[in-house]
Ligand binder design. Structure first.
Ligand code: TTP
Length: 194
């Protein structure tokens, strides 16, 4: 029995990245709370949320015993602080000010869950930002790009002009680390379509 693959995500970036793997899949809309628990490490938090998304997707499918559901989460981490998505322009500017001239981590976790088991991969990248002056921050926030993005930037968009150096996975920073995801999928018996 060939497993049927689902992506539990509302993110168009994740959809686009998973298409690069080349396997057929369907998208599930899930909405899980993203709240870091007291004492929870950033890595554990990102992994837990990714797992919750995948589990919520599997639960929504109810009786599909051949289903495998992929869930992912991406967060920006600086000084043990997790930067989620900015609520408004002021929050976006504040995040970018904090990231200016410093190196932060981007943690992306991916879980593949099915009736017979659960597996995970975690990818950590280091991103160094250039020094950003106030006009640069204001201009970038005004593009609207920071909204809906962890850490208030998009490496795949104009945010690339803020990134001085990347040590890690470009697709991981964008939301779905493809090397690790492909490894997870192959382990789950999923290969690219012919
Ligand atoms: C750092 C960075 C993040 N992001 C995005 C990836 C994720 O979509 C988002 C982090 O939020 P997530 O909560 O990981 O994902 P999401 O809410 O967008 O989608 P879903 O939970 O439905 O799967 O930030 C970029 O697109 N580019 C970047 O450079």
């Amino acid at each position: 029995m060939t497993p049927v693959l689902y992506l539990a995500s509302q993110s168009p970036r994740r959809r686009q990245l998973l298409e690069q793997f080349g396997a057929d899949f369907a998208v599930l809309d899930v909405d899980v709370p993203e709240q870091r628990a007291q004492g929870e490490s950033p890595r554990d938090y990102v992994s837990r949320v990714a797992r919750d998304k995948a589990r919520a997707g599997l639960a929504a499918l109810a009786h599909a015993s051949d289903a495998l559901v992929l869930g992912a989460d991406t967060e920006v981490v600086l000084d043990d602080e997790v930067f989620g998505k900015p609520q408004d322009a002021a929050a976006a500017a504040a995040m970018l000010r904090r990231l200016s001239g410093r190196t932060h981590a981007v943690i992306s976790a991916v879980w593949l869950v099915g009736a017979t088991g659960e597996q995970c991969e975690v990818c950590v990248s280091q991103v160094r930002f250039a020094m950003l002056d106030e006009p640069t921050i204001a201009t970038y926030v005004a593009t609207g790009e920071p909204f809906g993005k962890a850490g208030a930037y998009a490496i795949q968009g104009r945010g690339a002009t803020l990134v001085e150096h990347l040590d890690g996975s470009y697709s991981g920073v964008m939301g779905l680390p493809l090397f690790e995801t492909a490894r997870l999928l192959r382990r789950g018996g999923i290969s690219p379509a012919d």
